[in-house]
Design a protein around this ligand. Structure first.
Ligand code: ADQ
Length: 471
């Protein structure tokens, strides 16, 4: 959806403001070299765009190019308010503090979190800039919804600047147990920052409990069930709001004749009787090393026959400027190369590895083409890939193998659940899911589909915003 952008059309004040690290648009370049904007793909934007169009919405976020100042512009019925970041801030606030400190710390420290005071200083400065931009654009008594770990200080800063606003915060990633969180040198500022929101949303109830316990123990605040009391006597709430997907959209896409034809073509191209599939951002939290090792052993032992079975692993390029991610890519490609080198035949690698991004219809075709989806993160806030696979299985066939440590495991109980650290256990469950009868797969898939169709992204956004309204 490319549309023209007009800086003149900006409404001065918005009743509903979303603040996120990235704007809801991406730059496009036309054949003649002129540039424009298109709405970013993805569930969050899909869910919030209609709400924002109905409510005079504004979206505050970075537009993706360092060292570039842009004026606000109008796109697709929404006011876009770009926040500028310098090259150094991208390195320190985004790649550093957000992705090399908070990201690993909040994911069970599966990689070592780095603590650097200059990264923290950049994080504080950038969070202040986002808070000021939101304060500027929100109408009196309006609602502001702050998204994710890059902006944990914004709720408190915004509350100080604009006490009239209703402020929500949602954390898309896990919130760690207090033993890990306490390592953070700036733990107090982060807790106070998040608790500036009237409503704090997490993916799972345990995360809300961890947060409330820390407010009580670390800050000495009073808490009652989901409620917390700030030192000035004002109150906020923390609770779980498991995020979901545009279920109806995925279903319709997967049932379209084009996607069905593409799925059939993928099956033909792969030429295997059984297709196992993994789809993840290339991230060390996603359990890729363990999963590929498990498949390697299954192929080597002959429990999976490379003549009949293929494992397709899509690893989406991600954070390629961060060292840890470069190392991970090298490791994964070494592992895949070994398996294919040892066991492959001409034109038939047992692991079909793709380091690429695909459009949504190609993803739907891949989900539709695959017999077993294997989602085994070491830790994941939710995991939308698992829900997307389920949404695309209109025939109630197919099997989902899912890590216990994904937020989605709480809702998707009928999946074949695994501990991704237990490679033998994972191997046994992968085989079991692949060999299950059509009846058993259908029984499980029907229950999974019911959950995902009754709990979609619209319900998530509506529930959060209704509760925020009621606080
Ligand atoms: P992510 O860590 O990015 O999200 P996930 O929830 O699986 O993980 O979402 C990935 C999204 O990217 C899915 O919608 C998927 O379809 C898409 N995607 C993946 N690979 C792709 C490819 N090669 N081409 C095109 N699209 C691709 C973070 C948290 C999660 C949480 C979400 C939402 O880490 O735990 O579920 O936010 O809150």
């Amino acid at each position: 959806m490319t549309s023209s952008s007009d800086p003149q059309q900006i409404a001065p004040k918005a009743e509903f403001v979303v603040v996120a690290n990235r704007l809801a648009v991406e730059r496009t370049t036309a054949d003649d070299g002129s540039s424009g904007w298109q709405t970013s793909p993805g569930g969050l934007v899909t869910a919030l765009v209609p709400i924002m169009q109905a409510k005079d919405g504004a979206w505050v976020g970075w537009h993706g190019a360092p060292d570039e100042e842009l004026e606000p512009f109008h796109h697709d019925g929404i006011d876009m308010v770009p926040v500028a970041l310098s090259e150094a801030e991208v390195a320190e606030y985004y790649e550093g503090m957000s992705n090399a400190t908070f990201w690993p710390l909040y994911h069970d420290s599966v990689a070592f979190p780095e603590f650097h005071r200059e990264w923290w200083d950049a994080y504080v400065a950038v969070n202040r800039r986002f808070a000021e931009a939101a304060a500027e654009v929100a109408e009196a008594g309006g609602t502001v919804w702050v998204q994710d770990y890059q902006l944990q200080l914004v709720p408190k800063l915004l509350r100080e600047l604009r006490p009239d606003l209703r402020i929500g915060f949602f954390l898309h990633i896990p919130f760690p147990p207090s033993e890990l969180f306490q390592q953070l040198p700036w733990r107090r500022a982060v807790l106070e920052g998040v608790a500036g929101a009237d409503l704090v949303g997490f993916q799972v109830p345990g995360a809300a409990t961890n947060f409330l316990n820390l407010l009580r123990r670390r800050l000495g605040w009073e808490t009652h069930r989901h409620e917390f009391v700030r030192p000035d006597g004002s109150r906020g709430r923390a609770s779980a709001y498991p995020i979901s997907i545009d279920t109806a959209g995925f279903e319709a896409l997967a049932n379209s004749p084009e996607v069905e034809a593409r799925a059939a073509q993928i099956r033909e191209d792969l030429g295997a009787e059984t297709i196992f599939l993994g789809v993840d951002r290339l991230d060390y939290t996603k359990g890729l090393r363990h999963r590929i090792r498990a498949f390697g052993e299954l192929f080597t032992s002959g429990e999976l026959d490379p003549e009949k079975v293929v494992f397709v692993q899509v690893a989406t390029p991600s954070r390629e400027r961060v060292d840890e991610y470069r190392r991970l890519r090298d490791d994964i490609e070494l592992l895949v190369g070994r398996i294919n080198g040892d066991l492959g035949q001409f034109g038939r690698p047992p692991v079909n590895y793709l380091h690429q991004s695909f459009p949504r219809d190609e993803m739907a075709a891949l989900y539709r083409a695959s017999d077993v989806m294997v989602v085994t993160p070491l830790r994941d806030g939710m995991n939308l890939v698992a829900k997307e696979y389920v949404a695309c299985r209109g025939g109630n066939d197919g099997a989902l193998v899912l890590s216990e440590f994904a937020g989605a495991a709480r809702e998707l109980k009928q999946a074949w659940q695994v501990n991704p650290y237990d490679i033998d256990g994972m191997k046994a469950t992968i085989l079991e899911a692949g060999r299950a009868s059509a009846r058993e797969q259908g029984r499980r898939m029907r229950a999974l589909r019911k959950q995902v169709s009754t709990h979609d992204i619209n319900r998530w956004a509506e529930t959060f915003l209704a509760d925020l309204d009621a606080v």
